[in-house]
Design a protein. Structure first.
Lengths: 247, 179
């Protein structure tokens, strides 16, 4: 290796960009060439000196301005894609739902996970236009619909004379299993009534809780555990539960 | 243009975490705190609008490339530090120095202000690769990607920039004499 080539390689060598073979060649040359070795030393010292140059960090207020400007995206002015309005609408809807769930639900107690699931399922059923798989006010239509779709048979009742007309039913997924969701109306309120096998849990009387201003009533009756959720008043839901537990 | 808050969070996590690197590069390229702030802000908003095209490999290089381009446009617009013709290779001489050791010692003594002045006096093409290599620790390949030039060009600009810095920092001290 001649000196001109060695001087060229000093830089990639110092920067760790030289392959092993070339590095060995260069180091052999430096052992026998004091001039090039001195150049190598000067480069090393220059780099150590350059490392003392100031490093300019972004001022905090600049970072705040940029974060603010990239947190709420401004509407694109010209190249509006055809899907953009839908995407915006979807994100607004999602945002509204999240705000709803996050701000209005105050977790407490051990049942929080399930309560959260119940609220989410209830809200989703109202939002996503997926309230009913089988819209029918006739329990003799709704009940058989679940046969073959679930490994149990939900208790479906006609409570229209008591002010809780049946609207229909659908499949849902709660507590890690498919469940029956029965939908009743009470005035303008929608009641989602989720029910699944109680797995040998003894019968229990209705207990009422609230989550995010929704009322949730829970009871176990005749081998089925049932959670009913609605924005109707707690006392209304207790009335509803007692109707469902009537022999 | 990202329209979901999740994209906004991704942008801040993958790209904006490198804001210091972006600002440091712009600050050295423009040599002005005020201009660097304006240009970095503009570059970050450009990056955000173009975030759909980011493929998620390297947020720092992606942002630095946009910052560097924004700096260059700004410099062209303002006709300051315009990229003049690069000096001939003959322009650069290896300093003839019979005894390296005193020079090395003086290099070490060069204060931060002199180092800064020396780097700032470099032509822009040399200065940007020196900053990316010596202060940001980027590899040749990364510098090449940011600057949009071949790796060979990065190597030669880096070597020539260093030779200039060595000449600027060392002889001044030697000629000025020791305190």
């Amino acid at each position: 290796m001649n000196c001109a080539r060695a001087r060229e390689l000093l830089h990639p060598h110092a920067d760790g960009e030289l392959d092993v073979a070339a590095s060995l060649d260069l180091e052999r040359h430096l052992e026998h060439c004091p001039d090039c070795a001195r150049s190598g030393d000067r480069l090393r010292d220059l780099r150590a000196t350059l490392a003392t140059a100031p490093y300019f960090k972004a001022p905090p207020d600049l970072e705040q301005r940029i974060r603010a400007a990239t947190t709420t995206p401004a509407p694109s002015s010209q190249r509006r894609r055809s899907m953009l309005p839908f995407a915006l609408a979807a994100s607004l809807l999602l945002g509204a739902a999240l705000t709803f769930v996050v701000t209005r639900y105050t977790p407490r107690g051990a049942e929080d996970g399930l309560a959260r699931e119940l609220v989410a399922a209830h809200v989703r059923s109202l939002m996503a236009d997926h309230l009913l798989d089988v819209p029918s006010t006739d329990q003799h239509t709704v009940k058989p619909w679940f046969a073959g779709r679930l490994d149990f048979s939900p208790d479906v009742r006609d409570l229209s004379t008591s002010g809780f007309p049946l609207a229909g039913g659908r499949l849902d997924y709660l507590a890690g299993r498919p469940v029956a969701a029965l939908v009743y109306h009470h005035g303008k309120h929608v009641i989602n009534c989720f029910t699944w096998p109680a797995n040998n849990t003894p019968d229990s009387p209705p207990t009422i809780t609230t989550a995010q201003s929704y009322s949730i009533v829970h009871f176990t009756h005749a081998g089925l555990t049932t959670y009913a959720i609605s924005d109707a008043s707690p006392s209304t839901l207790l009335d509803f539960a007692s109707l469902l537990r009537r022999p | 243009m990202p329209t979901h808050s999740a994209d906004s969070m991704r942008f801040q996590t993958l790209v904006l975490v490198h804001l210091d690197s972006a600002y440091n590069l712009a600050r050295w390229m423009l040599r002005s705190e005020h201009d660097a702030q304006d240009v970095v802000q503009e570059a970050c908003l450009r990056a955000f609008r173009a975030f759909d095209s980011f493929r998620g490999d390297d947020g720092r290089c992606w942002l630095l490339a946009i910052v560097r381009n924004t700096c260059r446009s700004w410099l062209d617009r303002n006709r300051r530090d315009a990229p003049g013709p690069l000096p001939d290779e003959d322009d650069i001489e290896t300093p003839a120095d019979p005894d390296a050791d005193p020079q090395v010692q003086m290099l070490r003594r060069a204060g931060a202000q002199e180092v800064r002045a020396a780097i700032e006096s470099l032509p822009g093409e040399f200065r940007e690769v020196i900053v990316m290599r010596e202060l940001e620790g980027l590899t040749y390949k990364e510098i090449a990607a940011v600057a949009g030039v071949p790796v060979g060009t990065v190597m030669s600009r880096l070597a020539r920039g260093r030779e200039r810095l060595e000449r600027k920092l060392a002889p001044r001290l030697v000629e000025g004499g020791l305190p």
